[in-house]
Design a binder for this molecule. Sequence first.
Ligand SMILES: NC(=O)c1ccc[n+]([C@@H]2O[C@H](COP(=O)([O-])OP(=O)(O)OC[C@H]3O[C@@H](n4cnc5c(N)ncnc54)[C@H](O)[C@@H]3O)[C@@H](O)[C@H]2O)c1
Length: 306
Amino acid sequence: MNFFLETIKVLLLSIWYNVESFIYFFVPKKKKNIAGEVVLITGAGSGIGRLMAQEFAAYSTVLVLWDINQEGMKETARLAKSNGASRVHYYICDCSDKNEVYRVADQVKREVGDVSILVNNAGIVTGKKFMDAPDSLIEKTMDVNIMAHFWTYKAFLPAMIANNHGHLVSIASSAGLIGVNGLADYCASKFAAVGFAESVGLELLATGKDGVKTTIVCPYFINTGMFDGCQTKWPKLLPILNPDYVAKKIIHAVLTDQVYLLLPRSMYLIAGLKNVLNMKQAIVLGQYLGAFNLMDTFRGRSRKQE
Ligand SMILES: NC(=O)c1ccc[n+]([C@@H]2O[C@H](COP(=O)([O-])OP(=O)(O)OC[C@H]3O[C@@H](n4cnc5c(N)ncnc54)[C@H](O)[C@@H]3O)[C@@H](O)[C@H]2O)c1
């Protein structure tokens, strides 16, 4: 093909995809059937991990829960069963430990079968200014928030590729799109999570494995306790999100094969602006949105998560 023809093709397809998006704004997308799928959720012992388990349960899926919090998982398992899950299995797994991830993944494959929907959700936050954060907490943040994604993909993606069927869900953060004062290690881990999921998603497309879908979730603060104490400057524009709402939106994104889910909606505009504004404008906008002081009142959870 020559330059002219390829350019025309790209322009026409761009117009068509915009028309398609416009239509989908009014016409709901068809939802896929996930009954019987094996859904593994890391960090399922509390927060949105638990709520996603309950939501997936309502679609008659087989649930596999991972967490370091056994009591939390037991409660999630109970709720998921009463919500309609066809089976629920739970395993203690410290996702910050590669060998443990591989060991428990093998156990899951033996005892439950191949995982077809993998939700990398487990996450921690240090909540300290970079120079005040102990090395051990920085390493732990990277191990849980991103390295675990590498190891779970290595463990479960081969079966999805072989079947050309599956879904990889990355619970990242809006802090994976925009840097935040006071969240350097967390932002680094979440930027990595976005880049990793995006790149493997493209790798799959390039090799023709279009049956393995990717969903990358980038929410602003959610009222789960993880960021307790943090306040939002303009709650109408950037509200602290309700965990039930977030879990429902994530499941809807999975059912409709939506690749990026940014919450709240204003985040699409803010993330877009960040990439086109000059630096001085971006800083003024960041100050206006309160991004410089988001972590000033951070307390986090009272119990230690590490
Ligand atoms: N809460 C927010 O404001 C917010 C905003 C954006 C993104 N997120 C992301 O959403 C995800 C879920 O967060 P949440 O708000 O439900 O928090 P949460 O603290 O309620 O849940 C996190 C879960 O991960 C588990 N976990 C921690 N370390 C683990 C480890 N080493 N191995 C296995 N499990 C481990 C915890 O026990 C807990 O059950 C996280 O990845 C978080 O970064 C949260």
